[in-house]
Design a protein around this ligand. Sequence first.
Ligand SMILES: NC(=O)c1ccc[n+]([C@@H]2O[C@H](COP(=O)([O-])OP(=O)(O)OC[C@H]3O[C@@H](n4cnc5c(N)ncnc54)[C@H](OP(=O)(O)O)[C@@H]3O)[C@@H](O)[C@H]2O)c1
Length: 342
Amino acid sequence: MATQPVTTRIVLASRPTGKPVAANFRLEQETVRDIGEGEVLLQILYLSLDPYMRGRMDDAKSYAKSVEIDGVMEGGTVARVVGSRNAAFKPGDIVLSHSGWQSYAISDGSALRKLDPDAAPITTALGILGMTGFTAYAGLRNIGKPKAGETLVVAAASGAVGSAVGQIARIFGARVVGIAGGAEKCDYASREFGFDAVIDHRSSDFASRLEAACPNGIDVYFENVGGHVWNAVFPLLNDFARVPVCGLIAHYNEEPSISEGHNQLPTVMRGILRRSLTIRGFIQREFVDQRPDFYREAAQWIAEGRLKYREDIVDGLENAPEAFMGLLEGKNFGKLIVRIAQ
Ligand SMILES: NC(=O)c1ccc[n+]([C@@H]2O[C@H](COP(=O)([O-])OP(=O)(O)OC[C@H]3O[C@@H](n4cnc5c(N)ncnc54)[C@H](OP(=O)(O)O)[C@@H]3O)[C@@H](O)[C@H]2O)c1
C-alpha cells in the first residue's frame, strides 16, 4: 500500500489589524486522506500570491468570502495530478487549480483546467496567461478603451497587471506612461515593456514629473493603487477620460476610518461631473466570457514579442507569508509566485 503524502499548509491564524504580520499565519502539516470516487489528488507546484488575498484576511463584507480563522489561505495554483479516480484526469497531468497555500490538495475535478506544458511555461497560467493578464485585457477592452494617439497612464507599471496593461495599450496604439516605485523598476518598464515614459512615484517631484510626461493630459488612467498616485493623476484627466478602477493597493492595509480621513468627495465628484469622466470599478471575472478571446490574442502577442512578462519566483511554501507581506509594500518585482515543488 502506498504511503499517503503529508500536506504542508498555511492557515489564517488571526486577522491582521493594518499590515499583516507573521503571527497572522500558521504552518501546519497533516496526512492527506485517500481520494474517493471522482476525485483527484494534486501536488501543488506553484502558488500565485496576489494583493486580493489581503482582503480575504479581513471579515468585512466584500465581493468574495473571507478566509475563516484556521482556514487554508486562498490562492490560485498550478498542480500535478498524482492520483486520480476521475476519468478526465490521469497522473502526470498539469492543471490550473485554486487549491490555496498548501502542498497537496484533493479536488473533484470540476474547477480544474488542464494546461499544456509545451504551449507555454506553466507559471504563465498564474500571470500573463492567467488571472492578472486577463484583468489587464478585460479592464482595457471594456472600460479603458484606449484609442490610437491617446495617453494612457498605468500605476504599478512593473507589476503583473500593470505591465500587461501598458503593453496591450501600446498594441492598441496609445502612448503609455507608467508609474512605478524606484529607479530599477522604472528603467525596466521603459526598456523591457517599451513604455513611452515611466515616472517614479517615490520621487519628491512625482506630481510635476507626471504632468510633464503627459503634455496632452490623460485619456485613460488604469487605477491599481489609489493614494498619492491617484491624487497626482486626477487633475490631469481630460474631458471624457476613462478610469478602470482595478485595485487600490495603497489602501489595503488601512482601517476604513483612516482612508475616510480628509473628505475628497466634493473635489472628485465635481471633477467627474465637469469633465464627464467614466470611473468604473470591475472584478475580472465579470468578463469571464471574454477569456477565450484573451487566451488567443495574448498567446499571439507573446509569440510576436509584443507582450512580455516578468515573474518573481520565491522558493518554498514556508516563505509565502513574508513574500506576501512584501508584495503589499512593493518588494516584489513582477508577478509574484511561490515554487512549492518541481
Ligand atoms: N479588479 C480585479 O479583478 C483585479 C485582479 C487582479 C489584480 N487587481 C489589482 O491590481 C493591482 C495590481 O495587482 P498585481 O497583481 O499586478 O500586483 P503587482 O503590481 O505585481 O504588485 C503590487 C505592486 O503594487 C505597488 N504598491 C504596493 N503598495 C503600494 C503603495 N502603497 N503605493 C503605491 N504602489 C504600491 C508596488 O509596486 P511599486 O513598487 O512599483 O510601487 C507593488 O509591487 C492591485 O491593486 C490588485 O488588487 C485587481
